[in-house]
Design a protein around this ligand. Structure first.
Ligand code: FES
Length: 121
């Protein structure tokens, strides 16, 4: 069984291969939402963009982002979209759209720098 480590919360859980990252986080008591999105969020359909996480290790052990996840990030989270483009941070994911296939480390509530390092310079 793949092992998922939530870095900020210092929680490690074993999950079935192919399981949904958001569901497993919630089962483990890990909050993936921030601020008002703790209450107001979509039911894990990739329609609000508020369940974003950063994969700090084991990105290759997660199913690659599908068309809906990429479209959703572009539509609902332009800050994430810009961060992914400018910083080449493909490790920023929507947890509700992420399937776990192997060991990984996840950072909830990641800092997002949508300007990139060289935007002003
Ligand atoms: S829960 Fe709404 S996009 Fe993931």
């Amino acid at each position: 069984m793949p092992e998922v480590k939530f870095v900020n919360e210092k929680v490690t859980v074993d999950v079935p291969a192919g399981s949904n990252l958001r569901k497993e986080a919630r089962k483990a008591g890990v909050q993936v939402y921030w601020g008002p999105h703790k209450i107001f969020h979509c039911p894990g359909l990739g329609m609000c963009g508020s369940c974003n996480v950063e994969v700090t290790k084991g990105e290759e052990n997660l199913k690659k982002p599908g068309l809906w996840e990429r479209l959703s990030i572009m539509l609902f989270r332009p800050d994430l979209f810009l961060a992914r483009e400018t910083e080449k941070k493909n490790s920023l994911r929507l947890s509700c759209q992420t399937k776990v296939t192997g060991n990984c480390e996840i950072k909830t509530h990641p800092d997002v720098n949508m300007n990139g390092e060289k935007f002003w310079g």
